[in-house]
Write a protein of this length. Structure first.
Length: 93
């Protein structure tokens, strides 16, 4: 338990960006990981772990959707920009 807590703390201390992100979403992250490490009921831990895995899967799906939407918008803007530049060059001739 203490090693897991120390490993997590060390990984965050070495990564300021990740630490800020974690503290923004979960200011009591230290207390939460300490609480988990004190748990005795493996069923409760398994349920919580499954919830985290589901949340991570949902987050990955949202990320893919956002990236797809970004790509679609960027692609559309690209062709419109090309068209407008072409029209401008034609008019400047």
């Amino acid at each position: 338990g203490k090693k897991v807590i120390a490993d997590i703390e060390n990984s965050l201390i070495g990564n300021e960006r990740k630490l800020k992100a974690v503290e923004k979403i979960c200011p009591q992250w230290r207390e939460n990981i300490e609480f988990v490490q004190r748990q005795k009921d493996s069923n409760e831990v398994n349920i919580a772990l499954e919830r985290v895995k589901v949340a991570r899967s949902e987050l990955n799906e949202m990320k893919e959707n956002i990236l797809q939407a970004f790509f679609e918008r960027d692609s559309t803007l690209d062709i419109f920009e090309q068209s407008l530049v072409g029209a401008k060059e034609r008019m400047d001739e």
